[in-house]
Unconditional design. Sequence first.
Length: 365
Amino acid sequence: MPMKPRTLISFVDRDFPATPFFIDFLDDFINKKDAATNWHDQLNENLQKQSATILENARQPSPKILRDPLAQKALNRSHELMVALLTGSIEKLAPFHNLFKFIVVVGIPRSGGSYLTKQLFEAIGMDATRVPRVIAHDGFPELSPFFMANGYNAYTGMQRRMAEYLTMVELYFAKSRLHGGYLIVPKKASKAAYQGAFFNAITGSQTEYVITIRHPIACCVSTYEKSGGLPENGKFMLRSAIEAWAARDYVLTSKEPESEIFSKDYFDVYLRFWEQYHCNLALTGLSANKNWTIVPYTQESMQSMAGNFFSRFDTSKHADTFKTFDKRNRHPEWNDKAEASILRVHNLWQSIGLQFPVNEIRQAW
């Protein structure tokens, strides 16, 4: 007796619409708009408003852009790649693994990643001041711990954004110069720590990782300086993207209700975020790729790594000076908690065969 045909599940654009960031990129790319950004500015302490601007501008995208043949092709390509990721069609990723070498800078915010990413772009002959934030920096694609809510699934959202990012890579780096048979794709991807196995599978075994690590007190000071200063009462506040990230991770790893977070000391919330982040670096699959270079946050280490980029790709130029500011005597009352956290991370890393640079980060720059 013949079997009845089964109904196939299919997805359409309205199920996974293009993100505003992708539309904004296509608008700039097709119209050759000036993409000057300041993501690379190591000394800038101003809060970034670019994401909000992109979201506002893209709510009503230009009909002309959506009708453009190149935009249509890119939208179809991103949809094709998303289906490939959803269904595990690994062969669809072969063009990326064969043509592109991703060099990915991963580290908690305020640990030197922007500096190294800028130096890497400059070393391969690209003007970092003209590279769009969405291409270079770590806000996109969004990678996060699993979360599900009405109309939202973190995993499918992650696949949607990764498919768009890969499509952008194909467009943006198409005319780049080959190095060792590959097109080099620099990327600051702090959030890769949350979904390491996924990121490894997508970018391929040829990917290189540069892991930046900074002392938790210095990182915390830099974070609250970026966010408007340490609150007068010393309690946690929510003012910046980094603080929102820290709050989310604290809530996900705490049995306490979300409402309690604002009664906690600022450093306690931040330190939970710092420790959990470095545990994720080790445990979510990123370390399965052994092309790791760990760069502690010291002037010597950062400057040396940047110099290596230029030695490798363009010996006619030199790396920018890495600026450090002495934070070693800030908040001595936090020292004991920070040291205990550092040792817990060190022990965890050591248990799986990774070396955490304890002595270097104790310099606390």
